[in-house]
Design a protein. Structure first.
Length: 159
């Protein structure tokens, strides 16, 4: 968990699923959405030269932000919670893609910019994929598509 209410975070884990109690944000007035999941990817890295070769050590983490996530209890059920969980899982899937790209990359002395570029590319791809997920599942209303997405993301995630 984070240090203050404002920056409270929940790190993604295959063993811990979201509950409605994790959604602590205030519902915007006149919002028609049933729920919103705020999640994201962060990274940090360090470099060192070993035997004249640049080595990059990195950590990529997926977080859920409780105080930026909200739900309308009268519109929500466990099915919708599953839809929101999958948004978080999709963020982790793209964190894994970032880890893979960083692991395969041959970095130059311009490592900071090279890592930042990979991060930006991942964020764009993640946003497109999250939108596709909502479109294809009709924001969880299409139960058949939701089930297909559940299986697709479960298979794609390495636990």
């Amino acid at each position: 968990m984070g240090h203050s209410q404002e920056y409270e975070t929940i790190e993604w884990s295959a063993d811990r699923k979201l509950t409605w109690a994790d959604f602590k944000g205030r519902v915007p007035e006149s919002d028609r959405a049933a729920a919103v999941t705020a999640s994201g990817i962060t990274y940090r890295f360090s470099t060192l030269y070993k035997n004249g070769e640049l080595k990059v050590d990195f950590k990529v983490t997926t977080y859920f932000y409780p105080n930026k996530s909200w739900y309308q209890p009268h519109l929500c059920d466990t099915f919708i919670l599953g839809h929101e969980q999958l948004h978080f899982d999709i963020s982790e899937l793209y964190a894994q893609k970032m880890r893979d790209r960083l692991a395969k990359k041959s970095f130059t002395e311009n490592v900071k910019e090279e890592v930042k570029l990979i991060y930006r590319e991942i964020l764009v791809e993640l946003e497109v994929y999250q939108d596709l997920y909502d479109q294809q599942t009709n924001f969880s209303r299409d139960s058949i598509q939701q089930s297909l997405w559940n299986n697709k993301i479960k298979d794609a995630l390495r636990h």
